[in-house]
Design a protein around this ligand. Structure first.
Ligand code: ADP
Length: 497
């Protein structure tokens, strides 16, 4: 008899779309080249996908430029654009099982997570931005002198968007939703590890009535396709999510080409602070979720767990027990909480940090090794007695490795939490309103979750302080990234007339 954990819960899915989406057609790369995308459970090839490079980016930008300059997209009424996005959201829901299965296969995340969290968030986000499309408008501005002054909020033009592999469809949504709502056209480069679901939803967008050339998608590598997009002279705006190192490169490429404005959502080393008055069981569970969610592959992962000295020992014991209970296995099976890391490169990187933790004399409470002998599964790992100057407390590990640090008072923990080059997110766990207010105002982070973590409603802005990036995605704030403001100034009662 097979246990519940052996039950396969995903539909079988085929890879139907493996070509670049340019001007409404699925096409081969100009070079004819392809590259394999791998199954993180085994390292085996799922499919070969078109490998776009500079020439394909050129073709895609040309199509996007034409669709922007000649229409129909920016010339359609905002209501019509909104309707296309709403129809798309319906199609995402209709195909949610295939999409979740494809996402799980290409990325290694659990099918249940993709199906119940991510795909619904994608549909919700497009509905949210569909709601904005016909509510974007300028102002009339009182100015000194006898002038009628108005601002027009215009789409910025062709948006270049480069996304990572950890949440392929959700990152697609965060980028594409606001850009379309504002009337832009798009060239999006998918991550080389996870090209499959974007093409699938590209097909759904065409079915929803998105005109050709409005959304173009190129799969390929960063140094070729990505760099050509970032340095393209005819791309008006660039949005990037990925590592801080690559963010620096991208900013340089944008600056050295046409100075296109760039929004960056980069790495993090987010503190998760547990005060002595917190409900320890809940704090343990939430800290576990904050770190281990999505195999630890979250830019905002709560990767520095600060625990007050009075509850430290109890917390460590319980955090260890929780990690030992975490169910690791085939993401297509029921009850699995953790699948494989995305690829061998990330696997090796995480293992290197685990070795570094041991060498720097942090206490390895549990885990630390590979699970099984194929694919990229890693044991849920907990370190206690972690010190701020250890590498595992400073670098983004991007894997299932929890680091627990001890603190003794509020001022000290605020200072230590802020002593990082990153500033993406933070968690504060306390029953005291005063502590919550004080700490959330003092933390230099784009999001502070109080007694919760990883709440990603479409309306909540997300982005970083310091080297975690600039600009905000989601919510009303993301619209600014995709709009130009034009001031139109007209004299009133001009005496010359
Ligand atoms: P990771 O190291 O986790 O793969 P990256 O930041 O390198 O993260 O990748 C995120 C995205 O950035 C991917 O789509 C990748 O192809 C792209 N990318 C990587 N290097 C460059 C580059 N030099 N120029 C443009 N895009 C890049």
């Amino acid at each position: 008899t097979s246990s519940a954990a052996e039950e396969v819960i995903s539909p079988s899915v085929q890879v139907s779309y493996t070509k670049l989406l340019i001007d409404g057609n699925f096409v081969d790369a100009a070079s004819g080249k392809t590259f394999p995308t791998l199954d993180p459970r085994t390292g085996e090839v799922i499919a070969h996908v078109a490998e776009g490079d500079a020439e394909d980016i050129n073709r895609a930008v040309k199509a996007a430029r034409k669709a922007f300059d000649e229409g129909p997209w920016p010339k359609m009424t905002a209501y019509e654009r909104s309707r296309v996005m709403l129809r798309f959201a319906d199609l995402v829901e209709k195909h949610s099982e295939e999409l979740a299965a494809l996402e799980s296969w290409d990325n290694g995340k659990t099918y249940e997570q993709a199906l119940t969290a991510e795909i619904p968030m994608v549909a919700r986000l497009f509905r949210y931005y569909a709601g904005w499309a016909d509510k974007i408008h300028g102002l009339t501005v009182p100015a000194d002198g006898n002038y009628h002054v108005q601002t027009l909020h215009e789409p910025i033009g062709v948006a270049g968007q480069i996304i990572p592999w950890n949440f392929p469809l959700l990152m697609f949504a965060w980028k594409v939703g606001p850009a379309l709502a504002c009337g832009n056209t798009i060239v999006l480069k998918t991550a080389e590890q996870t090209p499959l679901t974007a093409f699938y939803v590209g097909k759904l967008f065409l079915e929803a009535g998105l005109p050709p050339g409005v959304l173009n998608m190129v799969s390929g590598f960063g140094a070729t396709a990505g760099a050509s997009l970032a340095s393209h002279m005819d791309v008006d705006k660039l949005a990037f999510t990925g590592s801080t190192d690559t963010g620096k490169v991208i900013l340089g490429l944008a600056a050295n080409s046409n100075l296109k404005p760039v929004t960056l959502e980069l790495g993090g080393k987010s503190p998760f602070i547990v005060f002595e008055d917190a409900d320890i069981d809940k704090a343990v569970e939430l800290a576990h979720f904050a770190l281990f969610f999505n195999q630890g592959q979250c830019c905002c992962a709560g990767s520095r767990t600060y625990v007050h000295e009075k509850v430290y020992d109890e917390f460590v014991e319980k955090a260890k027990a929780r990690a030992l209970k975490r169910v690791v296995g085939d993401p297509f099976k029921k009850g699995i909480e953790q699948g494989p890391q995305i690829d061998s490169k990330q696997f090796e990187k995480v293992m290197k940090y685990i070795r570094s933790g041991v060498e720097s004399n942090a206490t390895l409470e549990c885990g630390g090794g590979q699970v099984g002998d194929k694919g990229y599964f890693i044991q849920p790992t907990v370190f206690s007695n972690v010190k701020d100057d250890m590498l595992i407390a400073q670098d983004e590990i991007f894997g299932p490795v929890q680091s627990i640090l001890k603190f003794s008072d509020v001022d000290e923990v605020i200072k230590r939490a802020n002593d990082t080059r990153y500033g993406l997110a933070a968690g504060v766990f306390t029953k005291s309103l005063d502590t919550a207010n004080r700490v959330s105002r003092a933390l230099k982070a784009g999001t502070v979750w109080v007694n919760c973590f990883d709440v990603f409603d479409a309306a909540i802005p997300f982005g970083g302080y310091k080297m975690s990036g600039n600009g905000r995605e989601k919510g009303i704030y993301s619209l600014n990234n995709y709009l130009q403001v034009k001031a139109v100034v007209t004299p009133l009662n001009n005496p010359a007339w």
